[in-house]
Design a protein around this ligand. Structure first.
Ligand code: ADQ
Length: 764
């Protein structure tokens, strides 16, 4: 900065001086010329005043008169002398002190008489700067009879010029000084100061201390830099925290799964193979907001789990490009390198028409398969046109996948969810060497329930194209195997949990999905106690209460939201002492509102909340707060940490991540989980209060039980559940799934033999 300042000072001084000098020079030259013109006209006036009298005396030969005339007229400002000369250049009258015979004068007079005109010059006489004017004198008949010489001292013009130069130099110096000072102050305020503060901020980020970012004014021109620094610091913190976690785990001899460990593990397992992930939802969505393109990461554990793997092996994620600015951000091959702040893998976007999205996603997947797989008493709707779109979209993804795989010899493909039941077969038929797994995130129904689907055989056949099918829990695997046994010609191997069909083996295994623990996410740590978090939330929402229960879901008819509200109602009826004290906050992200059943359900939830509130509310207290919007991860963490109880009362759920997120967020080891027995999570989290959500009054009782539970029991239960979630976190899930897929021996046609390990679930 010092060198920059000196350079600036030097450049400004030289620049300003040159500009000032040039303009001063012009100004002074103009003034000097004006003074000279002024002196010239002064000499002309003197000559004009004397000429007539001098001509008269000269014509009459009156030399005394001439002498008197010059002596009388020779005493004026700056006038050095006057002289009158005859036609032969002889001096007839001179003022005292004027040496009239100098050659320069003689020549001047000669020229004036010869040309019969006034001639003036600036010259030097005996080291003195003078102005000379020679004017011809004429007789009556206009013949030249002599000349008049007027000599002025012109030295004062130089003196005046020097004086002006002096002023100008002074002005110039003051100007340079002021401008340099202002520039230095601006550098200090706008450059040195902010840079120093940004440097302090960066140092704090580097050393992992709490860092308050500099103000917007400070960041102003450093904004492009700050935009890079934020993600850089985040990656550094993540790396540091991962390293600390790894070191901690090594010291404690624990084998907890981390993003880094997962990445290493998968790199080893994959060897030279490349990884391809297919899902309906993309990990990064580009959307237009106020003329700019914003990128968002949809709230999903899937991105957390799969991103480290894809980054580690430079894989490819193929998904539906659903953002309204998605098309603008891909290259000619519909590719985009992500994550945006540190591009490490490829996102390939697949485009669907509105009709395709309607039929495949809203129609067949969400109005057909979703209610088919969940026992929630909503009738599945199967339309032939939706099926056609479902088939066509699966084909479209298969084409995209095959294009991406290219000449890859042993690709490993991980397909996500019920949107792509046909994809495994479509892929395997064309690339038999591909290792293909599909993970089914929702429950699998009983054979009797599944049989109502008109395309049951096609769906099963499509799925059995995979080498591995994953469900959350064993019960769903069993339902699937039973369904295959009943509907298709195949051999189900109950010992190895696999299906042999047309000489191809498919392993069917449970992989319970999980979450990342906030201790892995530095920014999720909070310094506030649960009590403080609660007070803040109540104040934000403008309500008064003491005890807090929460529910967080997509507004979906499988999540048991209405039954949950009724359980709260039953609890308040039975325990009136909690009226005015217990508030239940339901955070409900609007979901699939395009579908009539979902739009109706949304209104039903609102109506039920209003009915119960109208019955009990008073003053600033109300029993139910329904926040019907998407929240970001940090806001959800806030609610998780504040709540005495979290209620997960799904009527049927593959796993339910909210139950695990609540446990993961409770670093204080407080809080009680009320969990539906119909969730996959209930198979793992035995320390929750397990309820039947259809039994509203029993669920209401469980609220009372939770609120009255002994604090030491709360801590014990929470501690055990945290241990379980920590051990079986999201990285463990991904490692188990990919590990199992890579361990399977791909059978060649005609030489089929199952090598599915009996239990590949636990990867250590
Ligand atoms: P979902 O039925 O969507 O998924 P669930 O497990 O309940 O899944 O997870 C929902 C996710 O959305 C959670 O991460 C939750 O935090 C988030 N979420 C809910 N409401 C929100 C809101 N208002 N704002 C922001 N985020 C919100 C399917 C299956 C599940 C299975 C998952 C994962 O139905 O059984 O657990 O996939 O496999």
């Amino acid at each position: 900065m010092r060198i920059l300042s000196w350079r600036l000072i030097l450049a400004l001084t030289i620049g300003l001086s040159l500009v000032s000098l040039a303009s001063s020079w012009y100004e002074i030259r103009a003034q000097r010329n004006a003074l000279r013109r002024d002196l010239d006209s002064k000499a002309e006036t003197v000559s004009d005043n004397l000429a007539a009298t001098a001509e008269f005396y000269l014509a009459n030969g009156n030399h005394d008169g001439l002498q008197k005339l010059v002596e009388l007229s020779g005493k004026r400002d700056h006038l050095v002398g006057l002289g009158i000369y005859g036609r032969d250049d002889s001096a007839l009258a001179l003022t005292p002190g004027l040496n009239g015979s100098l050659p320069v004068l003689t020549q001047l007079l000669k020229n004036a008489m010869q040309d019969n005109r006034d001639i003036s010059i600036f010259t030097e006489l005996r080291f003195k700067r003078v102005h000379l004017l020679a004017a011809p004198l004429q007789a009556n008949n206009k013949t030249v009879i002599g000349a008049l010489l007027v000599v002025h001292d012109s030295g004062y013009i130089d003196t005046e010029t020097f004086r002006i130069w002096g002023h100008l130099f002074l002005r110039m110096a003051i100007q340079v000084l002021v401008i340099v000072t202002i520039t230095l102050l601006i550098i200090r305020w706008s450059l040195t100061g902010p840079v120093a503060r940004v440097a302090v901020w960066m140092r704090a980020l580097r050393t992992g201390q709490d860092a308050v970012p500099p103000s917007a004014t400070d960041l102003d021109f450093l904004l492009p830099l700050a935009r890079e620094v934020g993600p850089l610091a985040e990656s550094m913190q993540r790396a540091r925290s991962a390293a600390e976690t790894e070191a901690g785990l090594r010291n404690a001899n624990e084998s907890q799964w981390t993003a880094q460990r997962l990445a290493d593990h998968v790199r080893n397992r994959l060897g030279k193979s490349n990884l391809f992930v297919v899902s309906n939802r993309e990990p990064y969505i580009h959307a237009r907001r106020d003329n700019t393109v914003a990128v968002t990461v949809p709230a999903s554990g899937l991105v957390t789990a799969l991103e480290p793997i894809l980054c580690a092996c430079n894989g490819t994620w193929i998904a539906h490009g659903s953002g309204d600015a998605d098309a603008e951000t891909v290259d000619a091959h519909d590719h985009l390198k992500v994550p945006p702040e540190d591009p490490r893998y490829t996102l390939r976007r697949v485009w669907l028409s509105r009709e395709q999205e309607e039929g495949y996603y809203y129609g067949f997947a969400n109005e057909g398969l979703w209610p088919l797989c969940h026992i929630a008493h909503t009738r599945p709707i199967f339309r032939a046109s939706d099926w056609e779109h479902y088939y066509a979209v699966n084909r479209k993804f298969a084409d995209a996948l095959i294009q991406e795989i290219g000449s890859e010899e042993n690709p490993v493909v991980l397909i996500q969810d019920y949107h792509f039941a046909l994809l495994p077969r479509m892929l395997k038929d064309r690339i038999p060497n591909a290792r293909v797994a599909i993970f089914w995130h929702i429950p699998w129904p009983t054979p009797e329930a599944f049989e109502i689907c008109p395309w049951q055989r096609e769906l099963l056949d499509g799925l059995l194209g995979a080498d591995l099918i994953g469900f959350h829990v064993r019960a769903h695997c069993n339902n699937f195997l039973n369904t295959v046994d009943r509907i298709l010609e195949s051999r189900v191997d109950w010992e190895h949990f696999s299906v042999k069909r047309n000489n191809h083996f498919t392993s069917v295994l449970p992989f319970p999905i999980s979450v990342e623990l906030p201790c892995d996410i530095p920014e999720a740590r909070s310094n506030l106690s649960a009590q403080e978090e609660r007070s803040l939330l109540f104040a934000e929402l403008g309500i008064e209460a003491t005890f807090l229960g929460i529910g967080i879901d997509r507004v979906d008819y499988t999540k048991g939201i209405i039954e949950r509200f009724q359980a709260v109602e039953s609890f308040l009826e039975r325990y009136p002492g909690y009226q005015g004290k217990f508030t239940f906050i339901q955070i409900g992200a609007p979901s699939r509102t395009h579908i009539k059943r979902y739009a109706d359900f949304q209104s039903e939830v609102e109506a039920e909340a209003n009915r119960i509130n109208a019955r009990f509310r008073y003053g600033r207290w109300k029993p139910i707060v329904f926040l019907n919007r998407q929240h970001d991860r940090h806001q959800l963490e806030h609610y998780y940490r504040a709540a005495h109880i979290c209620m997960v009362t799904s009527l049927h759920d593959g796993m339910n991540l909210v139950a695990k997120e609540y446990i993961a967020a409770r670093q204080d080891e407080h809080g009680v989980l009320i969990l539906s027995r119909f969730t996959g999570a209930a198979r793992e989290l035995h320390d929750a209060i397990i309820v039947n959500p259809y039994d509203v009054s029993a669920t209401g009782e469980s609220i009372a039980e939770a609120l009255k539970m002994d604090p030491s029991e709360i801590v014990e239960r929470m501690r055990r559940m945290r241990r379980s979630v920590k051990e079986h976190n999201i990285y463990w899930w991904a490692a188990s799934l990919i590990g199992a897929l890579c361990e399977l021996r791909l059978d060649s046609i005609g030489d089929a033999k199952s090598t599915a390990p009996e239990r590949v679930l636990v990867v250590k």
